[in-house]
Every structure is written in C-alpha cells, then in structure tokens.
Design a protein around this ligand. Structure first.
Ligand code: SF4
Ligand code: SF4
Ligand code: F3S
Length: 265
C-alpha cells in the first residue's frame, strides 16, 4: 500500500452527530493516523480538514473533476428528502451534493446507521424525511456499514479492504460486509451460556444482574442484531455494551429507534 498512489476520499457529513467519526479516530488496527497519512488522501472531511467554507467546497469539486471514477465517497449522516433547508452545505442541499458526488465515485460507503438507514432522524414522525444513502441513490451500489456508531476497526477495515484489493469486501443482501455482519450479536455474546442455561436477569438490580446473567428479559436485541461487537469490542477490544451490563439496543439494525422498547423493566 505504501508504494501505491493514495486514493482520494471525500467524507461527507450530513444529518449526524459525528460520533461515527469519533469512533473512527480511535481505530487501533490499523491506527487512524496510518490510514489518513499513508493509505488514503483525505481531500475533504469537514471534521478533519484545515480549510473551511468556500475553499473547502472547492477542494471537493476539484477532487470530483480530477479523479472522476477514482475517488471514494464516504457518507456519515442521513439525507433529508423533505425541505432541502434541513441540511445544506455551501448553499447546496445534501441531496444534490450526494447525488453529484456519488455519480463520479469509484465506491460509496455509508458509515453509521444514519447513512445506512436514517437512524434517529428518521424515527417516527421523521420530520425532515431523513433517508439512508442507498434509498436515495437507487441503482448505485453502496457499501453499508451500520452501527450507531460502527466499531472503529470495522470503519477502518472496510476502507482498507477497498483500497488494498481494489474491490468491495463480500457483502450480504443488505450491502453489509459479511466479515463483520455475518453473525448476530447473540451468537458470540459473553452472556450466551446463561441464555442457553435459562439464567436471566429480571431487573437491573437483582442477583441475576449482579451475577452477569443474560439480559434478554431486560430488552436485549442481540438475538436479532447483526454486528461484530462481541468479537472486536470497543476501545481497542476492551468491552462492548452487553459486557458492560447494558442490553443491546440493536444499533446496527434498520429502524432501531422505532423497534423498542429499549427497556422492558
Ligand atoms: Fe451519530 Fe449514530 Fe448517526 Fe453515527 S450513526 S452519526 S453515531 S447518530
Ligand atoms: Fe443473547 Fe442478549 Fe442474552 Fe447476550 S445478553 S445472550 S445477546 S439475549
Ligand atoms: Fe450496538 Fe448492540 Fe453492538 S447496541 S454496539 S449492536 S451490542
């Protein structure tokens, strides 16, 4: 990789909270510094670039023109399909920017539940008409990397695979990389033995909870959620929600904000 030209990347932020990027900058395998400095040319990213305003937008336009068919478009955040004023950058609507930049991109990656499915902004009653990227880019393949946020090493792993092999990783029917989304959280859960043994916490302060028993009866969505949380864990492999005592909310599933209740006790 060090001897190859670094592929240009445009990283767009639409309706989001920026925690997907917050997650990415904690990537340790590989280090995010190695990705940004040695593997890609991060031509545009509102969060991490020095220029701002019209100068920044000029850089995105130049990348689109100079590297047509070669640049990677990463999207963080949902796209409002209602009034365009809900999300504009440089006086242009998010929808216009997305369609134009996706058209000339070699690959489009939707990072986070916002970009994949719409996330919290699309929760009922969805006042902005928030939509995920694939729903507004019909016909254009999109690599889906859901999670709220996705795990740092998953975010990093997808883009590194793309530039290492020159093609997307193997995807499932929803466009998710199988390497990270093949299994349910439930399949590799640290509390799975308790589930199989029928040992469940009944409340957040009972003896079963203190013993680390299964959180299914507290609302855990691990049995229906596909993600690698238990395998990769967070903060360099330290822990993940269920290990820390919290039921899985299903944050990598479509429409999870409307799939509640999150807590059943
Ligand atoms: Fe934030 Fe979640 Fe959206 Fe990522 S997917 S930008 S963490 S709300
Ligand atoms: Fe499955 Fe959740 Fe129980 Fe883990 S805590 S075994 S994911 S139901
Ligand atoms: Fe999200 Fe559940 Fe993992 S809430 S972080 S998919 S354990």
């Amino acid at each position: 990789l060090e001897n190859q030209p670094r592929p240009p990347v445009i990283w767009r932020h639409f309706q989001e909270c920026t925690c997907c990027s917050e997650s990415l900058i904690r990537a340790s395998h590989p280090l995010v510094g190695d990705i940004i400095l040695d593997m890609i040319s991060l031509d545009y990213d509102e969060l991490l670039m020095a220029p701002s305003g019209h100068r920044a937008e000029e850089l995105a336009a130049r990348t689109m023109e100079t590297y047509r068919g070669q640049y990677i478009l990463c999207v963080e955040g949902s796209v409002p399909t209602g009034d365009p004023a809900y999300c504009t950058i440089g006086g242009r609507s998010a929808l216009d920017i997305l369609r134009e930049e996706a058209e000339g991109a070699a690959a489009v990656i939707a990072y986070g539940n916002c970009a994949a499915w719409g996330c919290v902004q699309s929760a009922n009653p969805n006042p902005t008409g928030a939509s995920g990227v694939p729903a507004v880019l019909r016909g254009k393949p999109v690599i889906q990397v859901p999670g709220c946020p996705p795990i740092a090493e998953v975010i990093a792993g997808v883009v590194v695979h793309l530039i290492s092999f020159g093609r997307p990783p193997e995807l499932d029917r929803q466009g998710r990389p199988l390497a990270f989304y093949r299994k349910r959280v439930h399949d590799t859960c640290v509390r799975r033995a308790y589930f199989d043994a029928g040992l469940f916490a009944e409340s957040f302060d009972d003896e079963g909870y203190r013993q680390g028993w299964c959180l299914y009866k507290l609302g855990c969505k691990g049995p229906t959620t596909y993600n690698a949380c238990a395998l990769l864990r967070w903060n360099g492999g330290t822990s993940y929600p269920i290990q820390s005592g919290h039921p899985c909310l299903g944050c990598s599933a479509a429409g999870f904000w409307d799939q509640g209740p999150f807590y059943t006790k």
